[in-house]
Design a protein around this ligand. Structure first.
Ligand SMILES: CC(=O)SCCNC(=O)CCNC(=O)[C@H](O)C(C)(C)COP(=O)(O)OP(=O)(O)OC[C@H]1O[C@@H](n2cnc3c(N)ncnc32)[C@H](O)[C@@H]1OP(=O)(O)O
Length: 415
């Protein structure tokens, strides 16, 4: 483990100090009713994966942890350390504690065979310096009530039920739909371990922000469940009547008809005025179904950030859209084993071989930009136009074509 600044010590948090870990995390992240910090819910970081820094007096002053994820990538999956709860007590910040924790995180993840790391950034300016690239965007919509959708064959044959969400009864159905709805989409992380799923679906009163307890809307064809949404409304009255907002926390549908039926239902609940969506992929079908997209507000945000920890293993774990044979000349200050020239040879089936080479580099870039390209949601051409990767135009175009994904990457929930 990496030594932090003088006077500090890094430790794997033992079970008897997890409460202290949580308390320090809640000093760094003052979030009312946050499920990680709530004693009524299971602690979601597996044993040995909560790491802290303590000061000379033995008190924990900084925290981080990681989930052992299997990250969907184009055409495959890869072992991934999902970095989370990076927090430094406000009275110990800007002394290099986060930087030391990131070095520890990278080293421990590599020892466990996790060849990439991914995260959601609390502030977007933090993680580029550690080689994380912004690899996906998401879009959040606020739609007016009764926003019309284009017709989809079969939608009218589906039925919708609405019940109060009961985690003990409904979790398995909700998770099954979530997993199936995102099959093949890069970034669509399963909510494992189970403690994490409990936390993600938790409906703590303190975190409702004035909204009602969660509801579950289920779309069915006969007995076959085809879609589901978790939602809540908030009582709100304006000068001319009810203006309740609907907040959709999760929406999963297995096909176009179920997507249409689910959103048609959500968009026309009585007393409501607006419907806000969870984070959607930038190619989500709802965007294409809107008859008139203009009155819908869209907020585009950065979604997953990805860091390649073991470059040859990570590049070899995904598939590519077109054959390519290119030498990447890579810089990586945090993981020197990644730096230098790598030959990426992709065959007609999209499978890659990655090997060290002395040949001249065709494309010069930092590991941060390679992380941005990795899930197929960014284009090398766009990064080259921004001056962030450097190579001949035809090389850049071929890399763009090879790295692209048919489905835009996204993770629709935050860890
Ligand atoms: C994946 C996640 O968990 S995202 C959550 C991130 N955590 C938070 O937002 C909680 C509130 N903030 C904090 O706890 C702390 O301020 C942290 C974790 C963001 C930073 O911790 P510190 O120990 O102060 O950072 P540290 O001193 O190691 O700084 C390292 C570098 O990052 C920079 N940096 C630190 N915080 C920020 C920030 N919020 N924005 C931009 N740069 C930052 C520092 O200036 C420094 O830059 P330098 O190398 O050029 O000198």
């Amino acid at each position: 483990m990496t030594d932090p600044a003088v006077g500090y010590r890094t430790l794997v948090v033992p079970p008897e100090r997890l409460r202290e870990f949580r308390e320090v995390a809640s000093l760094a992240f003052p979030m009312l009713g946050d499920p990680l910090l709530d004693d009524s819910l299971p602690f979601a970081l597996p044993a040995g994966r909560a790491v802290a820094v303590e000061s000379a007096d033995g008190a924990i002053v900084a925290t981080h942890g990681s989930y052992p994820f299997t990250l969907p990538v184009p055409g495959g999956t890869v072992p991934c350390a999902g970095l989370t709860w990076v927090g430094v007590r406000p009275d110990h910040r800007r002394r290099g504690l986060m930087a030391s924790m990131l070095r520890t995180h990278v080293g421990r993840s590599l020892e466990r065979g996790e060849v990439v790391s991914a995260l959601f950034a609390a502030e977007a300016a933090i993680y580029g310096r550690f080689g994380y690239g912004s690899a996906a965007d998401d879009v959040r919509l606020t739609l007016p009530r009764r926003a019309a959708l284009r017709d989809v064959v079969g939608s009218a044959d589906l039925t919708v039920d609405l019940v109060r969400f009961d985690a003990a009864v409904h979790t398995a159905t909700v998770e099954d739909l979530y997993v199936r709805a995102g099959a093949g989409r890069p970034g669509w992380l399963a909510r494992t371990p189970p403690e994490l799923l409990t936390r993600v679906l938790a409906d703590l009163p303190a975190a409702r922000g004035g909204y009602e307890p969660l509801l579950l809307a289920t779309v069915r064809r006969g007995d076959d469940v085809r879609g589901a949404a978790l939602l809540a409304r908030q009582e709100q009255w304006g000068a001319s009547g009810p203006e309740y907002p609907v907040r959709v926390r999760q929406a999963s549908a297995l096909d176009a008809a179920a997507t249409h039926r689910l959103w048609t239902f959500l968009l026309d609940l009585d007393l409501t005025a607006t419907v806000s969506t969870p984070a959607l992929a930038v190619d989500d079908p709802l965007l294409h179904l809107l008859e008139d997209p203009r009155p819908t507000q869209r907020h585009l945000g950065d979604n997953l950030w990805v860091r390649l920890l073991d470059v040859p293993a990570a590049l070899g774990a995904r598939r590519y859209a077109t054959p390519v044979d290119v030498v990447l000349d890579l810089s990586d200050t945090l993981v020197p084993a990644n730096a230098g020239r790598w030959r990426l040879e992709v065959d007609a089936a999209g499978a890659a071989q990655v090997s060290r080479t002395d040949a001249r580099g065709d494309l010069r870039l930092d590991v941060r930009e390679l992380g941005a390209l990795y899930l197929g949601g960014r284009s090398a051409s766009a990064l080259a136009a921004a001056g962030l990767v450097d190579g001949e135009r035809d090389v850049v175009d071929r890399v763009t074509a090879a790295f692209t994904s048919p489905l835009a990457p996204v993770c629709p929930w935050i860890f």
